[in-house]
Design a protein around this ligand. Structure first.
Ligand code: 4AZ
Length: 768
């Protein structure tokens, strides 16, 4: 890409139809001159002794801002036999050639125009378009009064699978350009399918605003702003699938609207954001906010959203875009950032450089009395206040852990070296619960012993002896010698072959000779690129596309379920097998897929239920076998917000300590929630689960949550999924919300039906 000297080699790309004989690479750049003049740029070719194509010259406007008049690119096709010459082409040489050419140009020496700056940089050859051919090349003029539109070629049916398009947008001086993409859906592979946006008419990486691919939900639209009156939008597609593409709206706004920011904030509390938030902030902007609290007070600032990510930036240094507070620069993406001042005045500086922008930040500030920073509350080290009851509850409520430090541990708790308290049962369970490893540090087995995945020590000779010694099979996993043996953890292929590899299914590697481990893997992905909002328990639209709301008669939302195919849902038996036989009547239920808000129907698919299959062994006394299958009256159409979850094979392992997510519209306190809620919970060790539930769990159940309480599924979430993200890039359903003693209580985790143990039953019933 432009501006990247290092990229010299990666930009060299064989081009067709000359693929065998030539190598193509390009330069882009611009000259700043007073009037348009074309031929001078060609000077580069005479010095570089290479086969060159005539430069393609983009017609330019006279009198546009900054005096930028000429943009061009040069393409050099080097015969493969002269490949060593390619190394001689450097940005400096091209620049040299240009400058020499310009110096000797008659128009320059006659004073027709003055050249103040010439730049040249490598560019990705895919970025260069021939404006003369007018093939997918557009000149657009943005106006303040009028929002205009353009779309990708073939939108919304689908773009050509090889597409190269450019939109050059200009407006008059003292204005900037805003481009919003209300719809954006292109391939996920950003290397070959992307929209690249520049704060220039040249595809110069040093003036890149952003590069995007994938799909964006309506809740996370892309809106970019230029720093001046030019913007270039490039579309590059090399794909074998068609996606709809994008729709874009553009208009001009006064430069002052884009660039004016900062000021003095002297209220007791308030909010401020990066320029134009939640749109992308413009490049090349600096703002300063001075927050003034009354004398004797101090200032605290909490960033509720912070995203200033840029390629190739070390977030410890933040040498490009940053927020600076009290001499420290912050950049990247941050989950929580809260700061307090030393005096009654706090300055917050925002800087965006000339390339790459992002959503920016949103912050809250307030003045406080340092003698009593948090009246009737606990003061976190960061200065923010939290409820007193949250101190030492095992939860990081402050964001900096200060509420969980120096706690007096109960007698059933283990004092971690870092001051945290963890349940004693967590010691030596192979999960680093303390965070500093102290709960797992004195658990090692003797030198001549092997430590099983569940923490047990066994003599070393159990390793790969062809017998299962550790309960979790860890002594036989990945052994060459046990290749053809089958254990509980082995994945059994369709042809009955065993694969001794943990979680072999749908991991994009063909492990079975009949490839059956990669069959039926169109599941567990979420098409949308999502907003990442700091904290927050409200799910976003499309975040959990397998979640379904089950409505019973006129009662509204009653239970959750998950999509496992276009006609089958998975839920809990206890939603249907109750004292009231009406609960087991399929026609009394309606299912809503693609829903996020119980009061919004956009994109929601409503289906009646044709059949309910409850597990015949379901016990309403013990909640054992709490699983049910629902057949839909009509198939679902999969969309961005409606997708199936992957079902794990019986051998799939969700290890203790793994962080998974439970979702549902269930009880927040009372009744149901309007918006789909999400909670991150950890898989709890089976022996811990057994002991905290006083032996009430069966092998068809698993515990998940936090023994410290605080996060859990609850009434109304029943039947909903507990899902875990696997390294293969797919989401698998580990559990079905089933029961628990109350909700979110200390030492009372949520209990879920264990899908791996019930997997064979699903297959027997419905063949999925
Ligand atoms: C319920 O009543 C229920 N805390 C579901 C989950 C949990 C408790 C109760 C887990 O459906």
């Amino acid at each position: 890409m432009c501006g990247e000297k290092k990229a010299q080699h990666t930009n060299i790309k064989t081009s067709s139809p000359l693929a065998e004989s030539t190598v193509t690479f390009g330069f882009c750049g611009f000259t700043v001159i007073k009037i348009t003049y074309v031929s001078l740029i060609l000077a580069s070719s005479s010095i570089l002794n290479l086969v060159t194509e005539p430069s393609l010259y983009a017609p330019t406007y006279a009198g546009i801002s900054r005096g930028v008049l000429a943009y061009y690119w040069s393409r050099f096709d080097v015969p493969a036999s002269d490949l060593e010459l390619a190394a001689e082409v450097s940005e400096d040489r091209v620049l040299d050639a240009l400058e020499t050419g310009i110096k000797h140009s008659r128009s320059v020496s006659s004073g027709n125009f003055k050249i103040s700056e010439v730049t040249a940089a490598f560019t990705d050859p895919r970025m260069a378009r021939n404006p003369r051919s007018m093939d997918c090349f557009y000149f657009l003029e943005a106006e303040e009064e009028n929002t205009k539109k353009f779309t990708s070629p073939g939108y919304p049916t689908g773009y050509p699978i090889t597409s190269r398009c450019q939109w050059q947008i200009r407006t008059s001086e003292k204005k900037s350009i805003v481009v919003n993409f209300p719809f954006f859906n292109i391939e996920d592979d950003c290397a070959n399918n992307f929209v690249f946006i520049y704060d220039s008419l040249s595809p110069d990486d040093q003036q890149a605003i952003t590069q995007k691919c994938g799909q964006r939900p309506p809740s996370n639209p892309l809106t970019v702003v230029s720093s001046g009156n030019l913007m270039l939008i490039n579309l590059v597609i090399d794909s074998n699938v068609q996606r709809p593409g994008f729709e874009a709206e553009y208009k001009a706004i006064p430069l002052s609207t884009a660039k004016t920011c900062g000021g003095v904030l002297s209220e007791k509390e308030g909010n401020f954001t990066s320029p134009l938030y939640p749109q992308f902030y413009p490049p090349s902007v600096d703002c300063k906010w001075t927050i003034k609290a009354p004398a004797g007070n101090k200032v605290r600032v909490k960033f509720t959203m912070f995203r200033m990510k840029e390629p190739r930036v070390d977030t410890r240094v933040c040498h490009k875009d940053y927020v600076e507070v009290m001499g420290t620069k912050y950049c990247g993406e941050m989950a929580s950032l809260a700061l307090t001042s030393d005096s009654n005045i706090l300055e917050v500086n925002f800087h965006s450089d000339m390339s790459y922008t992002d959503k920016g930040f949103s912050a809250e500030y307030s003045a406080y009395d340092p003698a009593d920073p948090c009246p009737n509350q606990f003061a976190c080290a960061s200065g923010i206040c939290i409820g007193k009851q949250l101190k030492c509850d095992g939860w990081n409520d402050c964001g900096d852990m200060s509420d969980e430090m120096q706690c007096l541990c109960d007698k059933d708790q283990f004092p971690c070296t870092n001051g945290l308290c963890k349940p004693k049962m967590y010691v030596c369970d192979r999960v680093n619960d303390c965070g500093d490893g102290s709960d797992e540090s004195r658990c090692s087995c003797d030198d001549n012993e092997w430590r099983c995945g569940n923490g047990f020590c066994l003599p070393k000779d159990v390793l790969c002896d062809g017998k299962l010694d550790c309960m979790d099979g860890s002594d036989e996993a990945s052994c060459q010698s046990s290749r053809d043996m089958c254990f509980d953890f082995s994945f059994v292929c369709k042809n009955k072959e065993c694969v001794n590899k943990v979680n072999a299914e749908c991991d994009r590697v063909n492990d079975c000779s009949d490839n059956s481990d990669e069959d039926g893997c169109n599941c567990g992905t979420r098409p949308y690129k999502l907003n990442r909002i700091v904290g927050g328990q409200n799910a976003e639209l499309g975040e959990w596309p397998w979640q379904v709301s089950l409505h019973f008669l006129t009662n509204g939302h009653t239970c959750g379920a998950s999509i496992i195919s276009d006609t089958w849902l998975l839920s809990a038996s206890h939603c249907f097998v109750t004292n009231d036989p009406a609960n087991h009547v399929a026609s009394n239920w309606l299912t809503y897929s693609g829903m996020q808000d119980q009061y919004k129907q956009d994109g929601v698919q409503r289906r009646a239920v044709k059949r309910i299959i409850s597990h015949p062994n379901y016990s309403h006394m013990t909640f054992d076998y709490d699983i049910a299958l629902l057949e839909l009256s009509e198939p679902l159409q999969f969309t961005n917000t409606i997708q199936p979850i992957c079902l794990p094979s019986p051998s799939h392992i969700f290890p203790a300590g793994m962080s998974c997510w439970v979702t549902g519209w269930g009880a927040l306190r009372e009744g149901v929630s309007q918006l789909l809620q999400k909670a991150s919970v950890k898989i709890i060790n089976d022996s811990v689960c057994d002991s905290v539930t006083e032996g009430q769990v069966t092998s068809r159940m698993l515990c998940s949550g936090f023994l410290s309480g605080g996060v859990d599924a609850c009434q109304g979430d029943s039947g909903g999924p507990l899902v875990c993200f696997e390294e293969s890039g797919k989401w698998f359903q580990a559990g079905i919300v089933s029961w628990g003693e109350g909700c979110a209580r200390r030492n009372k985790p949520g209990v879920y039906s264990r899908v791996t143990k019930l997997r064979d039953w699903i297959k027997e019933e419905i063949g999925i």
